[in-house]
Design a protein around this ligand. Structure first.
Ligand SMILES: Cc1cc2nc3c(=O)[nH]c(=O)nc-3n(C[C@H](O)[C@H](O)[C@H](O)COP(=O)(O)OP(=O)(O)OC[C@H]3O[C@@H](n4cnc5c(N)ncnc54)[C@H](O)[C@@H]3O)c2cc1C
Length: 416
């Protein structure tokens, strides 16, 4: 009987566990999660804060009990894997409830430990009003700050997916909001003229958008219980809550300790089968780096839809024949205000480096059918497949690897 041990119980880990059971009735499957929750909808967290997803319980997709009942998977929450003994194919696990340690053997080990928010060493950043958002406890802390302190002003640092979503959440709650971004555009993975649509929408809503600006220091004013932010242009801003959303860093400590190869971008190195440098250990998700099918270079992709597919494929390689995984096709999207932003390929600058013809990396279209889809399945925002995404795009049908926005929307060129 094959024994599969999975580290990490959220997007990649939980998808892999469910898939493993579908592929094999006999396999023994154990999934370790150091947090309290498994298989929750991290992509829905900003939407619960902003009120779009009203019930907290809608974020919790599975529990250890439901996993056991439905998939016969042994899920151990509050259990952190602290060591991998590759030679003896064993992991050491720390039970965080009673601080005891024990070991568990494996035939195949799957790593899906994710990535942690980057919090730069900015003076004064460690204070009760500054948050980042990765999981349910983070969300609960943000909600508690909103409830207890009733801020009238919020600041988000970082204009990526999570930053935009948090900015919109605060705006929806009627809180005056500033968005601070160090680059000259939000959503840096997309072409600048496409980000221009987002800039216009942000300003239309009366949100204070500050581009080319970095946060330099933070001071907690205890009397007013607010934060005084100093920016690198010398300006100061008083705010009631601060969200740091400047990116994430792959969690590779365990893999590194175990002597697994780390890639050039700092993620766990994997081959086409999502196999690490140890043939019995696979890895998936935010912690890995792999090959981008457009540029042919290493890339880190933080996308749930993509990784769910990866998790499914790699379990197929563990339990069935060894199918090489198809080259990486990036697709991410975010609903922001009345816009649906789709990132299908790469920016022109990264493509032109490889002599690709000019292609747009994003579509921006008013939210129509997409809204229904997003609202109906709160999680589909992040789990949209390429097929579903294509069905949202007006005809003629689009090839994800070759998009010429001006053909699709001749009027687009006039607007940018
Ligand atoms: C607020 C937010 C919004 C997002 N929105 C989108 C979106 O709109 N679209 C999209 O595509 N993606 C989105 N993402 C990204 C998406 O959620 C991630 O790409 C995905 O969750 C990564 O899955 P993972 O399994 O690699 O890591 P995670 O889902 O982070 O799971 C890793 C788990 O492993 C556990 N773990 C780590 N080390 C150990 C250990 N040693 N022992 C036991 N457990 C361990 C951690 O506690 C964690 O729970 C969003 C993420 C966040 C935080």
């Amino acid at each position: 009987m094959t024994k599969i041990v999975i580290i990490g119980g959220v997007a990649g880990g939980a998808s892999a566990a469910a898939r493993a059971r579908r592929l094999s009735e006999d396999a023994e499957i154990i999934m370790f999660e150091r947090g309290q929750f498994v298989s929750f909808a991290n992509c829905g967290l900003p939407y619960h804060i902003g009120g779009d997803i009203q019930e907290r319980s809608k974020l919790l997709l599975q529990t250890p009990e439901s996993f056991l009942a439905r998939f016969n998977v042994d899920v151990r929450v509050m259990n952190e894997v602290v060591d991998i003994d590759r030679h003896n194919k064993k992991v050491t696990v720390k039970n965080l409830l009673d601080n005891t340690q024990y070991s568990e053997s494996y035939d195949f080990l799957l790593l899906s430990p994710g990535a942690a928010p980057i919090v730069p060493p900015i003076s004064g950043i460690d204070n009760p009003l500054t948050h980042s958002l990765r999981n349910i406890p983070d969300m609960d802390r943000i909600l508690a700050t909103l409830k207890n302190r009733q801020p009238t002003h919020a600041t988000v640092v970082g204009g990526g997916f999570i930053g935009l979503e948090m900015m919109e959440a605060f705006h929806q709650l009627g809180i005056q909001t500033s968005l601070i971004e160090m680059a000259d555009q939000v959503m840096t993975p997309v072409d600048r003229e496409m980000a221009g649509f987002a800039h216009a929408e942000i300003k239309d809503k009366g949100i204070d958008l500050r581009l080319n600006i970095a946060l330099e220091s933070v001071e907690h004013l205890t009397e007013s219980n607010t934060l005084k932010l100093t920016l690198n242009n010398g300006e100061q801003l008083e705010t009631g809550i601060l969200i740091m959303a400047i990116g994430v860093k792959p969690e590779t400590k365990l893999a590194q300790q175990a002597g697994l190869q780390i890639g050039e971008l700092g993620g766990i190195w994997v081959n086409e089968q999502m196999q690490t440098s140890d043939p019995s250990i696979y890895a998936v998700g935010d912690a890995v780096e792999e090959i981008d099918f457009v540029t042919g270079k290493q890339t880190l992709v933080h996308s749930r839809g993509l990784l769910t597919a990866r998790a499914v494929w790699l379990l197929t390689t563990c339990l069935e024949e060894m199918n090489p995984i198809k080259a990486l096709k990036v697709l991410r999207f975010v609903k922001f205000s009345t816009l649906l932003l789709l990132q299908l390929v790469r920016t022109r600058s990264s493509l032109s480096a490889r002599a690709f013809t000019m292609r747009r990396s994003m579509f921006i279209q008013p939210v129509t059918q997409a809204t229904t889809l997003v609202q109906k399945r709160c999680l589909s925002k992040c789990c949209l497949t390429q097929k579903q995404a294509r069905s949202l795009v007006p005809k003629p049908r689009v090839k994800t690897a070759s998009i010429n926005a001006s053909t699709l929307w001749p009027s687009l060129n006039e607007r940018v």
